[in-house]
Design a protein. Structure first.
Length: 356
């Protein structure tokens, strides 16, 4: 475990961080994905039987912090793939779900790089990917709002909605290859511009039953999504650590004072956010999710990032606004985090905090 974190940490310091501004301009490259594969970061959650590191929650969080702190664009692309390894592992270990063993093994060994298209379920019934039952599986139709890592992804994990029974809609989460019937158009993002993010349309893509990771009722999917989206996540703290480091390195004493004042507060938010998530997970299904407390910490982490990135811009003066300075890159990344994973509850909590 420690050796993987050390390897990725060194790679992040030597390669990702020095090239973060270039990556924002030209995009995450195939070479970066190959490097992460070689380091073992594409199957860090897979069992050792598949060559994975089988990292625990704390080590996984640290990996997210390291990569996000070095290059936010690389983190965004990589983070679409990483968490799906855990879900595929669960499907492989579920005797009731006969997942394609060859495909699953390739993914768990880190040989296949996945994209993710899970968040459009939040938009149901207004806009979503529709799942239709067939004799041997499903077809997926609809437009995915965004997919990061386009051109690097070989397969997509897609969450669609089957509402053939309007009273009990279900979420069908399946794997589809990137190829015929999958059309994409670039999105002109003002933040995370190097993440190769595009809008993707699925035109009647056949999904055989053995490419389906899970089928569950919409209500339970939404409940889990609302709880997860309420969290201040490791990438928030990875970015914050980088901004704090740059403030500490400033030639302006007042900038260093900002870092000294805010570093303990960021540490407290991080500690509390991780602790409450762990407590809820340990309590198990059917227990209170403590969403309001988690939302308060997420809002606090957003406020901290907004303040710290503003301070970094101020310390760099006009130069901080040029595209060869990291201050503007970090400020735009912090703005991205305000809307990433945004549910109605997250948006309401953010706006209430701003109104107050």
């Amino acid at each position: 475990m420690s050796s993987l974190l050390e390897r990725v940490g060194k790679y992040a310091a030597d390669h990702l961080r020095p090239r973060a501004l270039e990556t924002e301009r030209v995009g995450v490259t195939d070479q970066v994905i190959r490097d992460l594969r070689q380091l073992g970061a594409l199957n860090h959650l897979a069992p050792t039987a598949y060559g994975g590191a089988d990292l625990d929650r704390d080590a996984d969080r640290r990996l997210h912090e390291i990569i996000a702190g070095a290059c936010f664009n690389t983190w965004l692309v990589w983070a679409q793939h990483g968490p799906q390894i855990g879900r595929i592992r669960q499907a492989v270990e579920d005797p009731g779900r006969l997942l394609d063993s060859a495909l699953a093994a390739s993914i768990l060994r880190g040989e296949v790089f996945l994209g993710a298209a899970l968040s459009d379920v939040r938009r149901y019934p207004d806009r979503y990917v529709a799942a239709h039952r067939t004799s041997n599986g499903w077809t997926f139709d609809g437009t995915i709002s965004w997919v990061s890592g386009w051109g690097l992804n070989e397969w997509l994990g897609v969450a669609s909605v089957d509402d053939s029974d309007p009273a009990e809609p279900r979420v069908v989460y399946g794997l589809i290859p990137v190829g015929a019937g999958v059309d994409a158009s670039p999105l002109r993002l003002s933040a995370a511009g190097g993440s190769r993010t595009e809008r993707v349309t699925l035109n009647g893509i056949a999904v055989p039953e053995n490419h389906v990771i899970a089928v569950q009722d919409l209500e339970s999917w939404r409940a889990a999504d609302i709880a997860a989206a309420a969290d201040a996540r490791p990438h928030h703290f990875g970015l914050a650590a980088t901004v704090l480091d740059e403030l500490h390195a400033s030639s302006h004493p007042a900038a260093r004072q900002v870092a000294d004042a805010w570093a303990p507060r960021v540490a407290r938010i991080r500690e509390q956010a991780y602790a409450i998530t762990d407590e809820v997970a340990a309590a198990g299904p059917g227990t209170p999710q403590r969403v309001e407390e988690r939302l308060a910490l997420k809002v606090a982490s957003g406020e901290a990032l907004a303040t710290l990135t503003r301070a970094l811009l101020v310390s760099r003066a006009g130069h901080g606004l040029t595209d060869d300075d990291t201050a503007q890159l970090h400020a735009r990344s912090a703005l991205f985090l305000l809307v990433q994973g945004q549910t109605a509850a997250v948006r309401e909590a953010q706006l209430k905090a701003l109104a107050g």
